[in-house]
Structures are given as C-alpha cells and as structure tokens.
Design a protein around this ligand. Structure first.
Ligand SMILES: [Fe+2]
Ligand SMILES: [Fe+2]
Length: 357
C-alpha cells in the first residue's frame, strides 16, 4: 500500500537559490552520527537520535540553512494516510534480472518516423548534457565519466519528461470517449497508470537529490514543448506516438542497464551502501533484503521494459476499435496473454510474437 503521508516525512535541505553550474544538483545525504546508512533512521527522524540533513554542493560544501518539506503530507489531523489507486504489481528478482536491452526493428515508414525522432532527441539530449554512451568494450575519455550526481540529474530530467505521453494519451482517449459517447475498451487506465508510474520514478529520485532553479527551468521548458508537441502528434497519429514511446523506452532500458552495470562494477561508490527511499520501498513493495540502490534501479528498469512492451503492443493495434490487451479477460485463460506484470518477459527480451505480428 502506498502512503504518501507516511513516506513524505523527510525534511531535506532546500537547494541553494544560486546554482553553481548549468546542471546543478544538490545530492541529499543523511548523517546520523555514524558512517552507516540506515534508511529508517535516515528518513524518519527519531527524537532519541538526532538526525540532520545536509545538501552537498558541487563547489561549496557549506550546508544550506533553509529547511523545506519537499512534498509534505496533508496537514489535517483527520488524515492518517493517502492511498494510491494503482497498486504496483510485485516483481521477483528473477523477473527483473531477465530484463534485456532489446530493439524492435523498424518495419515501415511510420516506424522510421518514430525511431528517427527518438534518435534525434537522444542525440540532442546527449550533446547538450555531454553524455556519451560507450560502445561494447569501449573506454571513454575521463570527461564522459558518469558520477552519482550526473546520473541523478539525468534520471530526474528524463523521468519528468517520461510522465507526459501516458497522460496525454489517456486524456485524449478520455475526451474522445466523452465526445463520441463510446467506450474506450480499457486503454485509458493503462496510459494513466504509466504516467503515474513515471511520476513515482521522479518522486523517488527527488528523495535522493533536489534540483536547483536552472534544472527546474529546463524541466518547465521541456514539458511545455514536449506536452504540446506530443498532444498535437497524438491527435494526428496515436499509432506512431505509441511506437515513439516504445522506442523511447528502449533507450530508458539501455540507460538504466548501463547505470546498474556501473554500480555493480564499483564505479558509483556512494551508491554501494545507499538504501532506497521509503517512498520506493512502499510503492514497489520491496522485500527487506532487497532495498539497495541497485535493487531500486532494477525495479525502475523493469518498469521501463514494461512500458516498452506495452507501447509497442498498443502501436500494433487498431487504435479505434481494439480493446487494450492488458485489461482484457480472455475466453481462453490458458493461452499466454499480455498482463500487467513482467512475468511474461522472456529471457530473450520483450518481443511477443503473437502481439507483434
Ligand atoms: Fe521512468
Ligand atoms: Fe518509462
């Protein structure tokens, strides 16, 4: 059960109003007087053990004095907690380990439009942020080294954008259903749930780092452009838009896979002992012994793989009449049908022949 009321009792320090760099980010750290990370004592301050938070800055190590509740619980004594309408399906370790980087080949001009747009966006984003993805066995120059801070910057920006398509698609299908006075056949819920899931990714990363004003400005600008662009594109061709999101999610899986590999190979030492924030533990129902930063990235990567499968699948369907296969109860329950979980993700990847024809 998700409880934003319970999980939001964290008082991170406010990031400075004067960022020192373009992609400024404040890493949240927690000190309990010992060097050991402890999620429960870190996130839920105890009276007996004074807890204080500091915002480490890339240039100045001076802690900021302002304290702000980042997304606080409702200030109402009658409210115990705020529940979520979308409970996240439970993933097992084996299922998450089975997630693979995969690519659906473009088959016609509309696929190439979607893929080309994603590749252009990726190139632009990488160029602006100075990111380079290493090829197999390739050693990149030191300036391309990804630190914990750089990864968090990237994750926050990308997740703030990733939450847009599901909301636009769900909203437009909702309005279409109202306008035409027809059923939607289950698409709206899946699309809105995807947007909700992406927002949970964002909120989770915001428990680990807080953006400065420049990053907020970038997010604002990107959302303004991307929302309107995707809105118009979805009006013209929802099929190409779902294909576009499918290819975008392929890139997301690639990015998280690289981050996980870097963590596992010891290149991100600050994350070795870092535990997942309480918001993540509750949302993904993370087992007690699976709450490290690595586990968190595995959960998020599995979500991205699911978005990849769902959007490529939706793109294959007749947008006007086909029911959403992820919300359908089938006459023959034995056959391997799409589901909300990732239990059907094959070791070879996400491609499901029966729904990708
Ligand atoms: Fe995401
Ligand atoms: Fe995603």
């Amino acid at each position: 059960m998700n409880s934003l009321a319970t999980i939001s009792r964290v008082r991170p320090l406010r990031a400075t109003a004067r960022p020192q760099s373009v992609l400024y980010f404040a890493m949240r750290t927690c000190s309990t007087g010992s060097s050991t990370w402890n999620r429960s004592s870190c996130l839920v301050p105890q009276r007996s053990s004074p807890v204080f938070y500091t915002a480490k800055r890339p240039i100045s190590s001076t802690p900021q004095p302002q304290i702000k509740e980042y997304f606080p619980p409702p200030e109402n004594p009658a409210v115990k907690e705020v529940d979520s309408a979308w409970a996240h399906p439970v993933y097992t370790e084996a299922q998450m380990q089975n997630v693979r980087v995969a690519h659906r080949e473009a088959r016609d001009w509309s696929d190439w439009v979607a893929l080309g747009t994603v590749r252009f966006f990726r190139w632009g984003m990488d160029w602006i942020t100075g990111y380079k993805h290493p090829g197999p066995g390739q050693q990149l120059p030191a300036r391309f080294k990804m630190t914990e801070q750089k990864w968090l910057t990237r994750f926050v920006f990308l997740e703030s954008v990733a939450g847009v398509p599901g909301m636009v698609g769900g909203m437009l299908r909702h309005l279409r259903s109202l306008r035409k006075m027809k059923r939607d056949n289950g698409w709206i819920e899946t699309l809105l749930e995807e947007a909700f899931n992406e927002r949970m990714h964002l909120l989770t990363f915001l428990k680990l780092a807080e953006p400065g004003w420049f990053m907020r400005l970038m997010v604002l600008g990107a959302q303004g452009v991307f929302f309107n662009g995707f809105f118009l594109a979805y009006l013209i061709s929802p099929r190409i838009c779902h294909r576009f999101v499918g290819y975008l999610e392929e890139e997301a899986v690639l990015t998280y896979t690289r981050a996980i590999k870097e963590l596992e190979s010891g290149h991100l030492p600050e994350w070795n002992q870092l535990e997942a924030p309480e918001i993540a533990v509750q949302y993904w129902k993370m087992p007690e012994d699976k709450r490290t930063m690595r586990d968190l990235l595995l959960y998020i990567r599995a979500d991205e793989a699911k978005h990849r499968e769902v959007n490529h699948t939706l793109s294959n369907l007749n947008q006007a009449i086909d029911p959403n296969p992820y919300q359908t109860k089938y006459q023959n329950p034995v056959r391997d049908h799409p589901s909300r979980g990732i239990e059907n993700l094959k070791a070879t990847g996400w491609e499901r022949k029966e729904i990708f024809s």
